[in-house]
Write a protein that binds this ligand. Structure first.
Ligand code: PFF
Length: 460
């Protein structure tokens, strides 16, 4: 049965649990990474591939993690060790906790950039840069900022402290309450920006880039990129979905919840494309400009597109970076929660103590990642600085490996009665789609995730 232990919290409402989980999924992955990857991989064709990956790989893995977490009613590491005595499978949970923490150390650095750009937008700094009349100035501005020894580290620490004070309030009063407040706000801001974007002059070029698939752009590597993005964006294999599912109540329909979260996450990625591409096309910027799109091209694009009405570029810039900050914060909170829940339950320490330990270590490693774009930029391994190394190791290796192990575990090793009970709520709901999900986890996903893993190692 659903054995809540006394000190293990639950989300209080259905909407709360969906918004908190969607809050984890929606983040930099949707607003920063998705448009960059779509821009580099043929727009509409990438979108189509991405949606297929979400349905065939992302959703089944999400349901699998939900089933493990809710059954075990404990943090990810304990969840796996409760379910199996097999040495490798027992450690998947610990590996997930480590991956969550590891990702947080560099994710927080980009979150800090978003926070700085939000403040810059409020102070009207981008319109001042526009007055210089040189497009290169935005790149210089960004490079000067990220390589500054103090500012980005300061914002990194500030961001993690904001998350700290929300997490410390607990699951209901902290995570759930914050998600209930912020997710609707995120949608409102996105809607306003989408409307602005659709009415931009020349919007149709950007929209047809996003929605008209050009299949000549699809290669094997595009497929791998789309799969990797589905993992990152849906928060898979980082212990987060499993930890959050341990806070679900016994009435939650796991398959439906995964669908709802998957739909919200994908809609936000598409809306972000709708916001960004029309503006980029109408300002005649390169749509495949890569990671710098959001921090170098966009501030300039917003100035140019609304140059006839500067107040509009001011408002749109503020709204866009505000959106990025909220989306990022809800994800940071969920990443922060994974090691916090583990430490609190494993070492039987208070939530406050556990959160503080995570906050401290993330401040330390986050600062190192941040400084690797400036004073520590000479410390490299295989030509990558520390920040890029964290990104590479987590995105190309840890996530696919975690996904592979989870799929094999749920598909081949986990007790079938437990899976059935979790997906049908002990026979009280039909659990439609359960057998397809188990089939995908057993045969299809292990092969596919193995391919991503090998390609990350440059073996294929
Ligand atoms: N899914 C988040 C994004 O798209 O930005 C990133 C993330 C959050 C990954 C939480 C993992 C996680 F546990």
């Amino acid at each position: 049965m659903n054995n809540n232990h006394s000190n293990h919290s639950n989300f209080t409402s259905k909407i709360g649990l969906i918004l908190a989980t969607a809050g984890s999924a929606v983040g930099l992955g949707n607003i920063w990474r998705f448009p960059v990857l779509a821009g580099q991989n043929g727009g509409g064709a990438f979108l189509l591939l991405y949606i297929i990956c979400v349905i065939l790989i992302g959703l089944p893995l999400m349901v699998g993690e939900f089933a493990i977490g809710r059954h075990a009613q404990s943090n990810t590491a304990h969840a796996f060790s409760k379910l199996t005595s097999h040495k490798i499978f027992k450690n998947i949970g610990r590996f997930g906790v480590f991956t969550g923490w590891f990702i947080l150390c560099y994710y927080i650095v980009v979150s800090a950039w978003a926070l700085d750009y939000f403040i810059d937008a409020i102070l009207g700094r981008f319109s001042k840069l526009a007055e210089e009349g040189d497009a290169q100035i935005y790149a210089t501005y960004f490079k000067d900022f990220v390589s500054n020894p103090y500012l980005p580290v300061g914002y990194t620490i500030l961001f993690i402290l904001i998350s700290h004070f929300i997490i410390i309030q607990g699951v209901k009063r902290g995570i759930e309450k914050f998600a209930k407040l912020m997710m609707p706000l995120l949608f409102i801001v996105m809607l306003v920006l989408t409307v602005f974007s659709i009415f931009t002059e020349g919007a149709h070029e950007g929209l047809s880039f996003l929605f008209k698939p050009d299949f000549s752009k699809i290669t094997f590597s595009t497929i791998l990129v789309a799969m990797g993005q589905a993992f990152f964006s849906m928060s898979i294999a980082m212990g987060c979905l499993c930890t959050f599912a341990s806070y679900f109540n016994k009435e939650a329909n796991l398959i439906q919840t995964a669908f709802k979260v998957g739909i919200i996450d994908t809609v936000v990625a598409i809306m972000s494309g709708i916001i960004i591409f029309p503006a980029v096309f109408s300002a005649h910027f390169a749509v495949d400009s890569g990671a710098s799109l959001v921090f170098i091209a966009l501030p300039n694009v917003f100035q140019q597109v609304f140059s006839h009405l500067p107040i509009l570029s001011y408002i749109v810039s503020i709204l866009f970076y505000f959106l990025l900050v909220i989306a990022t914060l809800t994800s940071v909170i969920s990443l922060h929660e994974v090691p916090t829940a583990f430490l609190a339950e494993h070492f039987k320490i208070s939530r406050k103590k556990a959160t503080s330990i995570v906050t401290f270590t993330v401040c330390l490693f986050g600062a190192i990642c941040s400084l690797s774009n400036g004073p520590l930029s000479d410390y490299t391994l295989y030509g990558k600085n520390i920040f890029d190394l964290f990104d590479f190791l987590s995105g190309q290796l840890f996530l696919p490996l975690g996904g592979l192990l989870i799929a094999i575990f749920v598909g081949w090793s986990m007790n079938k009665t437990i899976i059935h009970n979790q997906l049908t709520n002990f026979g009280t709901i039909p659990g439609r789609g359960a057998s397809t999900i188990v089939f995908l986890l057993k045969y299809f996903i292990p092969v596919i995730t193995l391919l991503i893993f090998l390609s990350g190692l440059n073996i294929i």
